[in-house]
Design a protein around this ligand. Structure first.
Ligand code: PLP
Length: 381
């Protein structure tokens, strides 16, 4: 019997959450309201009591953080080329210039050794990304930021529940941005959260979230800045309230599955294939993704062909990510091949394998067996 198709990822939504969503829908209040406030309070508890505001994406969170930090035209923001395009698009959205710094080939995160050389008098902020949930070294990052007077917007879209030296991401730092897209470790369908430093920033975040509006009393309204429409609905917040209490359980299950990946990749036959594995971290990472780098120089087939063969074998896979600076928008700003050779090399060869809490250990075995079979059958002689 053929096993059912194994997708790259899939959310875990329990029946209690579905029932809770039904209650919100019947309640008469379905857009931003009490559930949003409840979710913000629950997230704040996880973030050492810091102010947290939720939004309808983990993209607008970063744009709003940049606006609160006063970043705009004439400014530069340092970031990584190996991320979802949102990370650098938000820099363009506020009128500033993204400055990409190459990645570390082992962590696949921004190379902290290269940041200082990229700082100019126009630099205002750094947006690091915890790719696959592996935290960027916060000690070194904040040492640079403090020494050079820069704001940090942590793109922690993938690292909710990850830790740096035992403290959860979001407990410390400057701005911290999370995403609740369905592929992330917990979801609100679409949504995001921003951890802020104080009540003044939180009030500004609320203004940017909803057309700049400030209300007072029964009939008072003032608008003194231009905001967008970035509020989360109570329906979505109720999904999040069903997800957040299960975050640790989900992350533990991801970690167990990843142990299975490492064990199965450690056999002599698989090792001989030359796959590059991620850092085997079982204390700090929330294992948002499990990504291998293909030994392209040894293969007679392309990554797309490997993915097609996995698909034909009933297994989903993905690419996270193509190097951002080589997309048309960024080429037009002057970026080109060869500018960031480490990121470009990894972006061409990286492959994300299925990983989500509902997967079984047997699924992990099947993925490694199929992938190893495909690579073995297409070795250069
Ligand atoms: C998912 C993701 C985002 C964007 O989050 P949305 O909620 O989809 O807007 C930004 N950065 C990274 C690294 C992500 O993985």
């Amino acid at each position: 019997m053929l096993a059912p198709y194994l997708p790259l990822t899939r959310p875990t939504i329990d029946e209690a959450t579905i029932a809770g969503v039904g209650e919100v829908l019947r309640s008469g209040w379905i857009t931003s309201g009490p559930k949003v406030k409840e979710l913000e309070a629950a997230l704040s508890l996880r973030c050492a009591g810091r102010p947290v505001r939720v939004f309808n994406s983990g993209t607008c969170t970063m744009e709003i953080a940049l606006r609160i930090a006063g970043v705009g035209p004439g400014h530069e923001v340092i970031t990584t080329p190996l991320s979802w395009v949102a990370t650098s698009h938000v820099i363009l959205e506020v009128g500033a210039r993204p400055v990409f710094v190459d990645i570390d080939p082992v962590t696949r995160n921004i190379d902290l050794d290269r940041i200082e050389a990229a700082i100019t008098p126009a630099t205002r902020a750094i947006i690091p990304v915890d790719l696959a949930g592996l935290p960027v070294d916060r000690d070194r990052l904040y040492a640079i930021a403090q020494r050079r007077g820069l704001r940090v917007i942590e793109d922690a879209a993938q690292s909710l529940g990850s830790r740096w030296r035992g403290r959860e991401i979001g407990e410390g730092g400057d701005f911290v941005s999370f995403s609740f897209h369905p592929n992330k470790n917990i979801t609100t369908i679409e949504g995001g959260a921003l951890v802020l430093n104080d009540e003044r920033e939180a009030r500004l975040a609320e203004q940017y979230r909803l057309q700049g509006v400030v209300r007072t009393g029964f009939d008072g309204m003032e608008v003194d800045l231009v905001g967008g429409k970035f509020n989360l609905t109570d329906v979505a917040a109720r999904v999040g309230l069903g997800q957040l209490p299960r975050l640790d359980e989900f992350n533990l299950r991801r970690r167990e599955l990843v142990r299975g990946y490492f064990e199965r990749c450690a056999t002599p036959a698989v090792r001989a294939l030359g796959l590059q594995l991620p850092i085997a971290d079982f204390t700090e990472t929330n294992w948002h993704m499990f990504q291998v780098v293909l030994p392209a120089e040894r293969l007679t087939i392309t990554r797309a062909e490997v993915m097609a063969k996995l698909h034909a074998a009933g297994i989903g896979s993905g690419v996270h990510y193509p190097a951002i600076h080589l997309f048309g928008v960024y080429r037009r700003l002057g970026w080109k091949e060869g500018d960031l050779p480490v990121a470009e090399g990894i972006a061409r060869r990286i492959l994300t394998l299925p990983l989500f809490p509902l997967m079984t250990d047997a699924d992990v075995g099947r993925v490694v067996e199929q992938l190893a079979g495909i690579l073995h059958a297409h070795q250069k002689s």
